[in-house]
Design a protein around this ligand. Structure first.
Ligand code: F6P
Length: 341
């Protein structure tokens, strides 16, 4: 059996570990053959592949990014669709596809499976916002990077008696902000799921300052201040028609200064959170998911994705996995908020 693997959507530490886990198990246990589609669905739609022998994947678990490249191409656009993809699969002798990606990638995989293609999914997002899996690989690495960066902001903030704001990723949910904020001892954590007024933020900042600390605010990029336009809506679209994200930290800084009189600096961590080597936790999780995807292919579980339930790998249908965001529950925010100010 010949299997095509693709990585699609925003990259994420651990993608290479999934590829390695799948290829090594597939070759060793089932004698399968592998090819990689280049740049996500673009490679699938254009039949653009590279061979993935054992030698290509040995030693890549620790590499950031993806050896296959990625894109945000939608397979139903740019002349794609199930017939075109099936045509390429037949021509290239590919029997099944493993699609590694987030909500958008898996939604496309679901439509293609409904049209008869043999696809299994592996969930991926640093944001950790997919509902049908307890953790996504990449999240732990992003939290680790953010925590280290916030620790560094703290010491420069303390030297200058400034308030420091760290903006972390999280377009729809605040998992990275919650975990990195808790780990670094933030005096306020602001996430999209929670409405917080500017007066409340200023209160937390002032409390920390009054106790002789350099106030530290961690904010998720998707957080919107009550009564204010989301900063990214004002930043417009990029050349490819996607919203330019980021900027809430810069919106908060002058507001905090105006209310407290404390000099404030904003830092947007951005794509640093997605780069570099994955943590050991992410490498292990990604490897297990890649290996489990091979089980799904062998068992013909088309239209399903592998996921983490507790400490075990499970298989869930795309219909169960998609369409629901895993948001930060109220009790998790309340737990963190005890430490604010
Ligand atoms: O979905 C993951 C994510 O990292 C978001 O947190 C972030 O908003 C987005 O991707 C950035 O996307 P891009 O790499 O296309 O700028």
């Amino acid at each position: 059996m010949k299997i095509g693997i693709l990585t699609s959507g925003g990259d994420c530490p651990g993608l290479n570990a999934v590829i390695r886990g799948a290829v090594l198990k597939g070759i060793a246990v089932h004698g399968q053959e592998f090819v990689g589609y280049k740049d996500g669905w673009r490679g699938v739609v254009e039949g653009d592949i590279i061979d993935l022998p054992r030698t290509m994947v040995r030693g890549i678990a620790k590499q950031g990014g993806t050896i296959l490249g990625t894109s945000r191409t939608n397979p139903f656009e740019h002349g794609g669709g199930p017939e075109v993809i099936k045509g390429h699969m037949d021509r290239l002798g590919i029997d099944a596809i493993i699609a590694i990606g987030g909500e958008g990638t898996l939604a496309a995989a679901r439509r293609l499976t409904d049209a008869g293609l043999r696809i299994v999914g592996v969930p991926k997002t640093v944001d950790n916002d997919l509902d049908a899996t307890d953790y996504t690989f990449g999240f732990d690495t992003a939290v680790e990077i953010a925590t280290e960066a916030i620790d560094r902001l703290r010491t420069t903030g303390e030297s200058h008696h400034r308030c420091m704001i760290a903006e972390v990723m999280g377009r729809h949910v605040g998992w990275i902000a919650l975990h990195s904020g808790m780990a670094s001892g933030a005096h306020a954590i602001l996430i999209p799921e929670q409405k917080v007024t500017m007066d409340q933020v200023a209160h937390w900042v002032q409390l920390a300052h009054d106790r002789g600390r350099a106030p530290l605010v961690v904010v998720a990029e998707g957080f919107v201040l009550e009564g204010m336009a989301a900063p990214h809506s004002e930043r417009g679209l990029d050349t490819f028609g996607r919203p330019r994200l980021g900027g809430i930290a810069e919106q908060l800084a002058p507001e905090i200064e105006a209310r407290t009189g404390i000099e404030t600096r904003a830092t947007i961590l951005g794509h640093i959170q997605r780069g570099g080597v994955p943590t050991a936790f992410d490498r292990v999780l990604a490897t297990r998911l890649g290996m489990a995807a091979i089980d799904s292919v062998v068992e013909g579980r088309w239209g399903t994705m592998v996921s983490l339930h507790g400490t075990e790998i499970a298989h869930v249908g795309f219909e169960e996995a998609l369409g629901r965001l895993k948001t930060v529950p109220q009790h998790r925010y309340d737990e963190a908020a005890v430490l604010f100010g």
